[in-house]
Ligand binder design. Structure first.
Ligand SMILES: NC(=O)c1ccc[n+]([C@@H]2O[C@H](COP(=O)([O-])OP(=O)(O)OC[C@H]3O[C@@H](n4cnc5c(N)ncnc54)[C@H](OP(=O)(O)O)[C@@H]3O)[C@@H](O)[C@H]2O)c1
Length: 390
């Protein structure tokens, strides 16, 4: 039986390891604050990082590069493991130093950063981008597939780190843009809920904009991903862009605004708090909108579009003949029928826990071996915290 360890069970680590356990794997967990490890249902708790030395696979989920280097160093000092899989968002150069040290100790390092917040992980909707030795990837891809709905292998070395930083730059730029125009609309007298409802139903609406809507309307910033962590990712992303001589002007400007949000006390809040600083700069009193918010699409006559339409009555015509990929057709549904919004994520399709046939695993440089597409997840109207792309 494969011996699996997990180091770091914060917001993401706890959600990810729960998926491995739910898939039937025995996992030994270590966390600096022991109580968090003890809270992981079904796991064995390790007293020290060294207890995981000699394991087949050890995963890490740590806040930043220094913590990753520290933890990996302790594990390697104790003898290492066969494959080390780091799911953190970390710097390519720091990871490369760990990789070299690990290789010398006989440990293969896979960089496997995750897209999706803890809610998305729990719903099986996270995605992973992976780089490192191909043989190590082939060995653990079944485990990786248990963590989310898609795993993409992008090559050797640190390429997955760069892919994840690029991804999070878009996340920050998009959220800042959303904050700016929502405040602008509000200054024109449009309730945030109404503006965002309109936007979410447009071609520009997305799973991400829908699930962020409740925070932007209700101004509740309990973090799924903190502004501080987003700043870290921008720090790393800008450094990587500099090293690659790739101009990223929008990222640079957004970085300054994220930095300002951290400096004005939003570091531990969810990064949707960017809206608060935008409102302050616009001289706008920020008041939560009291209406219940549901960010999903509302269809049908007379549907009260709280969240999607902000309590304003909206009438929408059901779209005809529109198919969501991976879903059965909707033939037979009469136009004009009122269909309530669907809350939460729906997982479709069989999910196997064996080998590499779980999750959608795609590869870049080489064709996948013994991997088949499975487990299609369809999101329709995502409730707050249920989805997302961090
Ligand atoms: N949150 C998200 O939505 C999200 C999404 C995608 C990717 N990520 C990335 O995932 C990583 C984790 O994020 P998170 O939000 O889960 O952070 P988090 O809640 O702060 O979790 C980090 C965990 O690492 C533990 N830790 C820190 N130093 C340690 C050490 N020396 N030894 C053992 N455990 C140690 C912490 O333990 P203590 O309890 O003792 O502090 C904590 O439980 C980050 O790299 C982040 O960028 C996060």
């Amino acid at each position: 039986m494969t011996r699996i360890g997990w180091i770091g069970v914060g917001r993401m680590g706890a959600a990810l390891v729960a998926r491995l356990i739910a898939a039937g794997h025995a996992v030994t967990v270590y966390n600096r604050t022991r109580a968090k490890a003890e809270a992981v249902s079904g796991a064995t708790v390790a007293g020290a990082i060294a207890d995981l030395a000699g394991f087949d696979v050890v995963f890490t989920s740590l806040p930043d590069s220094p913590r990753f280097a520290e933890v990996a160093g302790a594990l390697l000092d104790a003898g290492g493991c066969r494959v080390l899989v780091d799911t953190s968002t970390a710097a390519p150069d720091a990871s490369q130093r760990v990789r070299e040290r690990a290789a010398a100790a006989g440990t293969a390092l896979l960089a496997a950063p995750v897209s999706g917040n803890p809610g998305a992980v729990a719903a099986g909707d996270a995605t992973l981008v992976v780089s490192g030795p191909r043989e190590a990837f082939d060995e653990v891809c079944g485990l990786l597939g248990a963590l989310g709905r898609a795993v993409t292998y992008v090559g050797e070395g640190e390429s997955a780190r760069v892919a994840k930083l690029c991804h999070n730059i878009v996340l920050g730029v998009l959220t800042q843009a959303l904050a700016e125009v929502t405040v602008m609309a509000e200054k024109a007298g449009i309730p945030r809920s109404a503006f965002l409802g309109f936007r979410n139903d447009s071609v520009l609406g997305s799973t991400f904009t829908r699930y962020k809507t409740p925070a932007l309307v209700g101004l509740g910033f309990t973090p799924s991903f903190t502004t501080e962590l987003l700043r870290k990712d921008f720090d790393l992303g800008l450094a990587a862009a500099r090293a690659l001589a790739a101009p990223v002007p929008l990222a640079a400007l957004t970085h300054r605004l994220i930095q300002a949000a951290v400096a004005t006390g939003h570091g531990e809040e969810d990064f949707a708090a960017l809206l608060v600083e935008q409102a302050r700069a616009a001289g706008l009193d920020r008041k939560p909108e009291g209406r219940a918010v549901r960010p999903g699409r509302v269809r049908g006559r007379g549907a009260r579009a709280a969240g999607s339409g902000g309590g304003l009555e909206r009438r929408t015509r059901p779209r005809r003949g529109r198919r969501v990929p991976g879903r059965p057709g909707r033939a037979g549904r009469a136009p004009g029928i009122c269909r309530p919004p669907v809350r939460g994520m729906r997982s479709r399709g069989p999910v196997s826990t064996a080998g590499c046939d779980r999750g959608r695993v795609t590869t870049g440089p080489r064709a996948p071996s013994a991997v088949s597409p499975q487990a299609v997840v369809v999101a329709e109207g995502v409730a707050s915290g249920d989805g997302g792309e961090e």
